[in-house]
Design a protein around this ligand. Structure first.
Ligand code: DQA
Length: 155
């Protein structure tokens, strides 16, 4: 059975491409998804890519990912800085959790410097635009693909 990485995206990320392009660039979320699918093929794992503007959707997906995902890559967007509930859900995941941000949240406004998601994450990557997601997939493969001589995820 192919292992699957769940890639979860929070509020307003559906607006990528038109949303503050000077910060987030011109790539759309569909472009980011296509990059992730291509990378998934190269690494030998499936990709389940989702976005919601609703906190509850993300929490439910994280709960589902607990038993279904080989790892979770999450861009909580604005919820990163506010949601104890999303952090609590992520705490239950035993597989690797990688926090991603398109922008470098640490060089932006002070309110973006604190991340609840970081408390539940194996590691965090921020600031490389859409490529942040690709880097996170490499990191995930490194964390859970150790047993495969070709570096692919096997469990
Ligand atoms: C973001 C950074 C957050 O601070 C912001 O609220 C977002 C996007 C990023 O990917 O850079 O919505 O998560």
């Amino acid at each position: 059975m192919t292992a699957t990485a769940w890639i979860l995206n929070g509020p307003n990320l559906n607006m990528l491409g038109v949303r503050q392009p000077e910060i987030y660039g011109y790539a759309t979320l569909a472009d980011v998804e296509a990059m992730c699918r291509e990378k998934g093929k190269a690494l030998g794992f499936g990709v389940d890519f989702r976005q919601s503007n609703h906190e509850g959707d993300l929490i439910t997906w994280v709960q589902e990912a607990r038993t279904a995902a080989a790892g979770v890559i999450i861009n909580g967007a604005g919820l990163t800085h506010t949601s104890v509930a999303l952090m609590d859900a992520l705490m239950l995941i035993e597989a690797p959790v990688i926090e991603v941000h398109l922008s470098n949240i640490h060089r932006r406004e002070a309110f973006r410097h604190h991340s609840y998601i970081s408390k539940a994450a194996t590691g965090s990557i921020a600031g490389f635009g859409p490529n942040t997601y690709v880097l996170a997939m490499d990191a995930l493969a490194g964390l859970i693909g150790d047993n495969d001589p070709e570096g692919r995820i096997t469990a």
